[in-house]
Write a protein that binds this ligand. Structure first.
Ligand code: GLY
Length: 376
């Protein structure tokens, strides 16, 4: 009899999350080292992923303890919304998986208010000359970051699309669409690979530089950036029904699928120098988990003849992640999936469990088990 691996994978996620709820509690885990998640403060861009996992599991099992922890995480984050100097464009990642998830699941009015406030702050980062949402603040000394844009921002846009639907005010979605169109022009390459970073002149709106960011270099194809593009473009299509977003999502999906070759999970950059293959060849399971969620969603928006391509590729990716990366044989390990790489150019967090890999693995397996609610 064939094993129901999707159910088995979900049971593993649920059991470990219940265990992690006691071990991690009201905190913001980022990277697991020596089996334990290192914690960041609530300001770090990854703060939403642990509460997001808790909400995903709560949706299925209605375990009140998980809900309470997720709500307490949100409470611990809420002061951030009062300080525009410490927030950046990752307002989407942070508040979609906390306040917006809470509101969608429980109808909590305070959470709705926080999600709308976050949307207003995100909209306020829009630069009208370059049609982009500014990524970061001047974290390091006096470095001018006013013109920096990264592909990851495509995953922040659903907060704006939601805010327009929720309030009936189209301003939010206008900003999201403009940023999306700017991405089509400047980030998505003809072959479907994706630029990680583009730097604009924030006064004139002209492109100054295309940079490598977390990828190997300016011309490489950072796998997680490609994955953010697949999912982010598909979400932009979901909200706008603009075919250009759908076509670009398909193109980035094809690039990703073709570059998987026979690998079980992605390498961190699809375009590495041949002579350095061993030295550079680190895995990034998180890119696989993000791409899989994007592919599953994409399969719903294409005609029936195309749908199975994306559905099967997403499902295959999650199955491989479960069999090759899941920590189901190691109760001590807090991470759900191994083999993610955070920041290769800075040589940080190489081949470890990372909380966003865990989150998207959870979301993808939930989708495969029939979950209909989408937080994004
Ligand atoms: N820059 C966010 C990420 O590592 O994907």
């Amino acid at each position: 009899m064939e094993i129901n691996w999707k159910k088995e994978a979900w049971n593993f996620i649920e059991e470990k999350t219940i265990l992690n709820n006691d071990r991690i509690g009201v905190n913001f885990p980022h990277v697991s080292e020596n089996k334990h998640y290192k914690l960041e403060n609530e300001q770090w861009w990854t703060a939403g992923f642990w509460p997001g996992i808790l909400w995903q599991v709560y949706l299925k099992n209605k375990n009140e303890k998980l809900k309470i922890t997720a709500e307490k995480c949100e409470m611990k984050m809420k002061h951030l919304l009062c300080d525009t100097e410490i927030i950046d464009h990752d307002l989407g990642f942070m508040w979609i998986l906390t306040s917006l998830a809470n509101y969608k699941i429980t109808g909590n009015k305070e959470s709705r208010r926080r999600a709308l406030l976050a949307a207003n702050l995100l909209m306020g980062r829009f630069n009208i000359k370059g049609n982009y949402i500014r990524a970061w603040n001047a974290w390091k000394g006096n470095k001018d970051n006013t013109g920096v844009v990264i592909i990851d921002c495509m995953m922040n846009l659903p907060l704006l699309y939601w805010a327009s639907e929720e309030t009936g005010d189209p301003r939010f979605k206008h900003v999201a669409e403009k940023n999306g169109e700017m991405v089509l022009e400047n980030f998505i390459r003809a072959d479907g690979s994706v630029q990680h970073m583009v730097i604009f002149d924030s006064e004139t709106g002209e492109v100054i530089e295309k940079a490598g960011g977390q990828g190997f270099d300016a011309n490489s194809a950072w796998a997680r950036g490609c994955a953010w593009a697949i999912y982010g473009l598909t979400l932009s299509y979901k909200y706008t029904k603009n075919n250009e977003f759908l076509e670009a999502a398909k193109k980035t999906a094809h690039y990703f699928i073709a570059n998987m070759k026979d690998d079980k999970y992605p390498v961190w950059d699809f375009r590495l120098p041949k002579d350095g293959e061993i030295k550079y060849k680190y895995p990034d399971s998180s890119a696989g988990a993000i791409a899989a969620c994007g592919l599953l969603l994409l399969s719903k928006y294409v005609c029936e003849f195309e749908s199975s391509l994306y559905m099967e590729a997403g499902e295959k990716m999650l199955k491989n992640l479960y069999y090759e990366c899941a920590t189901n044989d190691d109760i001590e390990e807090e991470g759900l999936i191994k083999h993610a790489t955070g920041h290769f150019p800075e040589q940080k967090n190489l081949d470890v469990p990372i909380i966003y890999g865990d989150y998207f693995f959870t979301e993808g397996i939930a989708m495969l088990n029939g979950e209909k609610m989408l937080f994004w």
